[in-house]
Design a protein around this ligand. Structure first.
Ligand SMILES: *Cc1c(COP(=O)(O)O)cnc(C)c1O
Length: 432
């Protein structure tokens, strides 16, 4: 008895020490993450954080649907008709009429036999990899794939290779390695439509071609492409004219809500319905949410969807043109040259805009602290842009990750660019 009490104390001590070490390391690396309490106000472009209102350039609500009157109406009607909870897993009583209809309409719209809805994109990605990959299988994933994909791949019993970002030769070299595998082993190529931290597209046509040639399966996570590109907003795969074996779409971005779906063939879908534990042992999304998502899909497919996508494309092009002008001007300032030779222990480089034509517009700053400083400076100017640091992005590429939405006006983008210019100047000056 006595010794078991002691053991428990020792063991608690061990856990606490382990946790303290991890937290201290995180702080020492300037990577300590903090959640901010915030609320969007009547629209996506305005956000209140700690009693202060900011212009929001960090939202994934690309089409501005989260506050759309029709979406809110769908939520109200849905709640009145179906209540607010699904009451169970889809295998018990959670497979509501609106949810079944959502799956059917998604499958039709995207040209698949079936869609299976999961509560989140993170879960959908994990579920797919977990169920498909067995011991001798190989996954070949783009290096910059989302954490939900890479984490699932690392924990799966199969082997994971990470090919160079968007590099077809690198992908092919891994596919060739896989060709030496036994007949019972499968290969799964994993990539994204639009990458979440760089905003660039994957060359899906070429990826599909080499994947098919190697007789491997293709899985594409189109979290940032669905609703944004392709005919009627069908996403990156439609844009590139391909149909991956597993398509993942999520509803937390252009759909303005949350949730996700896997688009599959009939056989695959049957397999998932029988064996996917995150589906079977998890509460189905509320019917009210399915009603909201049906409404989102309707808007995305409609002429209004086209207009919102056009506004979004115009806003993105405008931001890039204006920001490029500013960066060109900055690069001509003498104090902006040889930034790395500064005497400060923080080395600054001239920020640069990544080659992205999606709503995700990253401005790479370099050092973590510099990105944090510029982000804080923007806040004093009433603009909310989050700094993204390693390990989310590679070391020395800390960045400001702006997201441009259809909800922004030209005036707001002008305000962002002006604020960015002075924030960069004010922070670069510090070290000179
Ligand atoms: C946001 C995102 C996810 C996660 O989706 P959630 O529905 O937010 O869990 C998965 N993959 C990519 C590429 C994403 O950007």
């Amino acid at each position: 008895m006595k010794s078991s009490i002691k053991n428990r104390e020792t063991s608690l001590f061990m856990w606490n020490r382990r946790i303290q070490i991890a937290l201290n390391e995180q702080k020492a690396k300037d990577r300590y993450r903090q959640r901010q309490r915030c609320v969007t106000q009547d629209c996506t472009h305005s956000i209140r954080v700690d009693h202060q209102v900011y212009m929001n350039f960090s939202s994934n609500d690309y089409l501005g649907l989260a506050h759309h009157p029709k979406m809110i109406e769908a939520a109200e009607l849905g709640a009145k008709r179906f209540g607010v909870g699904s009451g169970g897993s889809p295998h018990v009583t959670g497979y509501s009429e609106p949810l079944a209809m959502l799956e059917e309409k998604l499958a039709n719209w995207l040209g698949y036999d079936a869609a299976i809805v999961y509560p989140s994109g993170f879960t959908a990605n994990q579920a797919a990899i977990k169920l498909l990959i067995a011991r001798n299988d190989v996954m070949i994933a783009d290096r910059l794939s989302h954490a939900s994909l890479l984490e699932a791949a690392m924990f799966s019993p199969g082997r994971l290779y990470r090919f160079k970002h968007n590099d077809i030769a690198s992908l092919e070299s891994y596919l060739e390695k896989g060709a030496e595998l036994s007949e019972e082993s499968g290969q799964l190529v994993i990539t994204e439509g639009i990458f979440s931290m760089d905003g660039d597209h994957a060359p899906l046509d070429q990826i599909a071609k080499v994947t098919q040639k190697a007789e491997a399966l293709l899985m594409v996570d189109d979290a940032h492409g669905i609703g944004i590109c392709g005919e009627q907003g069908r996403g990156s795969c439609d844009h590139y004219g391909i149909k991956p074996d597993i398509l993942v779409v999520t509803f937390g971005k252009a759909f303005g809500c949350s949730g996700a779906a896997l688009l599959l063939s009939k056989e695959f879908a049957q397999y998932f319905v029988q064996f996917s534990k995150p589906l079977i042992y998890s509460t189905a999304i509320p019917p009210m949410q399915a009603a909201i998502l049906l409404q989102a899909m309707e808007i995305i497919q409609s002429q209004e969807g086209d207009i919102r996508r056009q506004t979004l494309a115009r806003n993105i092009a405008y931001f890039r043109a204006e920001m490029t002008k500013v960066l060109t001007t900055l690069s001509q300032k003498p104090q902006m040259n040889n930034m790395d030779e500064s005497l400060s222990n923080i080395s600054y480089q001239l920020p640069y805009l990544l080659e992205s034509h999606s709503p995700i517009q990253p401005l790479v700053i370099g050092e973590d602290q510099a990105a944090l400083d510029i982000s804080a400076n923007l806040r004093t100017k009433g603009i909310w842009v989050s700094a993204i640091r390693p390990p989310t992005v590679p070391p020395k590429t800390a960045r400001l990750r702006m997201t441009i939405t259809a909800d922004h006006t030209v005036e707001m983008i002008d305000a962002l660019v002006t604020a960015l210019e002075s924030a960069i100047l004010e922070n670069m000056d510090q070290v000179l």
